[in-house]
Design a protein. Structure first.
Ligand code: ADP
Ligand code: MG
Length: 258
């Protein structure tokens, strides 16, 4: 057991303290073969507090998606540790990792991935039904209310706008009460008004439902919905900004020459 592992396990076990929702400790991810490797992530240590909304920004290829995939257990780091709550996930076997993703993590991707033959309501609870879990009706109702889909639940995806489909996907991500929701460019395929609706939903989920959200975006306006912005460059965390405004994020990016 490494020193950092010992420390974090002790911290996690200290009475009266709850661990952050997720942490990466010295995470490095290399792609490629021995003679030609790319360090998509280079010794990244970062923590995501519960009930907080974090945006991850950075130039194309800076490692944003890779970091999200490591945190979400969709891929394994070359070295380092990733904790979800107090569970170290990089050492889990594939089956346990799949279960953990299903039970404790929510995802929103750029493409909505809704099943076309099912209604919005059916899509929202589908992952839970597949897992054999009974959706908490009150919780699902509060999500549906927050996401503003009340009148659309009986519609199939083709009868919904892109923005409404993405809000169904967001409701689906939250339906199982995940400890953390990861979103990779969730507004990338939306017009600005639909994007604002989705971001408003994520913000409300954090403020009113205590949800933890980590979102990759390249849009300063989207990042301004978050409590904190992490800036990645060349696989490292270059900087972070608290209580970001769109102007401040844009200024920062301009100064980088990005
Ligand atoms: P971002 O999301 O910030 O655009 P990524 O995390 O997708 O960046 O990629 C970071 C770096 O890792 C890039 O140089 C990319 O080409 C490389 N990379 C990402 N995924 C793979 C992969 N599956 N195989 C090889 N290289 C990859
Ligand atoms: Mg990406």
């Amino acid at each position: 057991m490494t020193l950092s592992n010992t420390l974090t396990r002790q911290q996690a076990a200290t009475p009266g303290t709850t661990p952050p929702a997720a942490r990466a400790i010295s995470v490095t991810k290399r792609y490629g073969t021995a003679d030609a490797t790319v360090a998509a992530l280079d010794d990244v240590t970062v923590s995501f507090g519960r009930g907080r909304f974090t945006a991850i920004m950075g130039p194309s290829g800076s490692g944003k998606s890779t970091l999200l995939h490591m945190l979400a257990g969709l891929d394994r780091p070359t070295s380092g540790e990733v904790f979800l709550g107090d569970t170290e996930i990089t050492s889990l076997r594939d089956k346990r990792l799949t279960q953990l993703r299903r039970d404790r993590i929510g995802f929103i991707f750029q493409s909505f991935n809704l099943l076309p033959t099912m209604t919005a309501a059916e899509n929202i609870v589908l992952p839970m039904r597949i897992a054999g879990r009974k959706p908490d009706a009150d919780w699902v109702a509060s999500i549906v209310e927050t996401v503003g889909l009340g009148g659309r639940l009986g519609h199939r995806p083709a009868q919904l706008s892109g923005g409404q489909q993405q809000r169904v996907a967001a409701a689906r991500a939250l339906a199982s009460r995940p400890e953390i929701v990861f979103a990779d460019e969730p507004t990338g395929a939306l017009d600005s008004r639909s994007g604002a609706e989705l971001l408003g939903f994520l913000r409300t989920a954090v403020d009113q439902l205590g949800q933890t959200v980590v979102m990759v975006t390249h849009d300063p306006t989207a990042a301004a919905y978050a409590d904190r912005v992490l800036f990645l460059a060349d696989g490292r965390i270059a900087d972070e900004m608290q209580a970001p405004s769109a102007e401040a994020v844009l200024d920062y990016m301009k100064n980088l020459g990005a």
